[in-house]
Design a protein around this ligand. Structure first.
Ligand code: GDG
Length: 471
């Protein structure tokens, strides 16, 4: 069995066991089985980059991490990754910053990753690189002589060609993807946009899964990520999950809970969601006091200005809506800027009659899948889901909405509150079936199978050696 080498911006957090996210859990089991290594940034800074690798063994998963200089972190992580590529790939060219120093820092750090990882990779290893932070890494590893099977998975959307061409040196960046053997996207939609770029901007050709530019052919596939279904169901059996569910219910006093759980990020459509809820309260006075909207939004990327701004905007929107509609014994929005352990999160989802998941653009969105998983099969809640989340393609039985339209959000909330039990059950059954089948292990196995060395083709029958028959 070949070893799997995973390279991503960050690696699993040491000592956090089951508290890891689904991705870390899924990759960890594959790394353990193949005795592979997970390579990434430690999250720490150093005065001068030395290339020194810190090795650790965390519950059987080997990790190799490097520290980066402050300037690297500014230009690569906070800069090109999160101020250029993240907004652009989420269709926000208005927020994308094109700064030459960011691009320089991005390439420098990718070279540093290549220097770090290449000596750790043996000739039969399979290499799997993750996400927009490390797009050119595969090519840099090839420049260092690596001939291994190499794959890349993009966790976020791939933007339409018309937007992507606003990125200086876009072609140079996309060309680096042709160093991989397999490139994976979350959905057919993002894959289609990639193929469009390949044909229109690079003069490439498409045949089945194969994309060819010049003498390089790669496989480009849609391979949607799922949640760690078994782990999340098990989290729901913990005492603290039940306790949290009971606490929530008690604090609601028979009111209907609407829940949102998102990193504080402009792509998640939080402002629009708040506006949709405000519209619902305006349009449906008879539902006042009968609903409470809880938005859990742990802060993220606080070194980036746009992320600080969104926090301030949501603070003021919450104040305005609560100011207008609250009563002495009812607050319509509870907005919480902290994270919760996974089992407690399960309890919150379970207590909620509506899961409100309304990103403006999202590669997949795992919260939608977690909400559905935590529901009571006998009395499930309703998922309201943005049609612009990758998850909408796998979960068409959710109430799909346009998150930019506060009317649609408001109408969907009303419809969900009035939905008969039979309809809730049949929609839930279809969704849980998909989520259970296409879970994170399914995703990982599919991608790794594509990455396996191609089998030597069996020879056509006429070329097979004839058996000599004795005369
Ligand atoms: C990127 C892509 C794609 C959130 N709050 C808490 C908490 N979370 C967990 C959720 C969920 C995860 O974070 C968020 O996953 P998403 O998929 O919603 O979003 P991104 O972070 O933007 O992830 C996305 C994903 O990569 C995977 O490919 O789906 O499209 O943008 O698991 O539960 N977890 C805990 N406490 C919290 O308060 N424990």
């Amino acid at each position: 069995m070949s070893r799997l080498i995973v390279i991503s911006n960050r690696v699993r957090r040491p000592g956090s066991g089951a508290a890891q996210g689904g991705l870390a859990v899924a990759l960890s089991s594959a790394l353990r089985e193949s005795r592979g290594i997970w390579v990434g940034w430690s999250g720490e800074s150093t005065d001068r980059f030395t290339g020194q690798i810190a090795f650790a063994d965390d519950e059987g998963v080997k990790t190799a991490t490097i520290d980066l200089e402050e300037q690297d972190i500014d230009e690569y992580y906070n800069g090109y990754a999160n101020r250029t590529l993240w907004p652009l790939f989420h269709f926000r060219i208005d927020l994308a910053e094109y700064d030459r120093t960011f691009e320089g820092g991005y390439n420098r750090v990718n070279e540093r990753f290549a220097d770090t990882a290449s000596p750790l990779i043996d000739k039969d290893d399979v290499v799997w690189i993750h996400d927009y932070h490390l797009i050119p890494l595969g090519q840099m590893l090839r420049h260092r002589g690596l001939k291994n099977r190499m794959g890349f998975f993009l966790h976020i959307p791939w933007p339409p060609t018309r937007l992507l061409v606003s990125l200086p040196h876009h072609r140079q960046l996309v060309e680096t993807l042709f160093a991989y053997d397999v490139v994976g996207f979350q959905t057919e939609e993002w894959l289609e946009s990639f193929r469009h770029y390949v044909e229109k901007e690079m003069g490439g050709t498409i045949e089945g899964d194969n994309c060819t530019v010049g003498d390089r052919t790669i496989k480009a596939v849609a391979c949607p990520i799922g949640i760690d279904f078994t782990e999340f169901c098990a989290a729901g059996k913990n005492e603290s999950a039940t306790l949290m569910q009971r606490q929530m219910r008690a604090s609601l006093q028979d009111r209907n809970l609407i829940v949102g759980v998102d990193r504080l990020d402009y792509s998640k459509g939080l402002e629009e969601r708040f506006a949709g809820y405000e519209r619902f309260l305006k349009d449906n006075p008879s539902y006042h006091r009968q609903v409470v909207f809880v938005q859990i939004a742990p802060p993220s990327r606080e070194d980036v200005e746009n992320y600080r701004e969104i926090r301030a905007k949501l603070d003021s929107l919450t104040g305005r809506i609560n100011g207008e509609f609250s009563d002495v014994d009812w607050t319509p929005i509870r907005y919480v800027n902290q994270g919760y352990a996974r089992d407690r999160l399960w309890g919150i989802y379970r207590a909620a009659r509506i899961g409100l998941v309304t990103p403006l653009r999202d590669g997949m969105n795992l919260v939608a899948k977690e909400y559905v998983t935590a529901q009571d099969p006998e009395d499930p809640g309703v998922l309201i889901l943005s049609r612009f989340a990758g998850a909408a393609l796998q979960l068409p039985e959710a109430l799909l909405i346009n998150p930019y339209s506060s009317e649609e959000v408001s109408e969907a909330i009303l419809r969900a509150l009035q939905m008969p039990l039979d309809e809730r059950k049949s929609r839930w059954a279809a969704m849980i079936d998909n989520i259970g089948r296409e879970d994170v292990a399914w995703w990982r196995e599919r991608f790794v199978a594509l990455l396996a060395p191609p089998q030597a083709p069996s020879r056509p029958i006429e070329q097979q050696p004839r058996l000599m028959t004795a005369k």
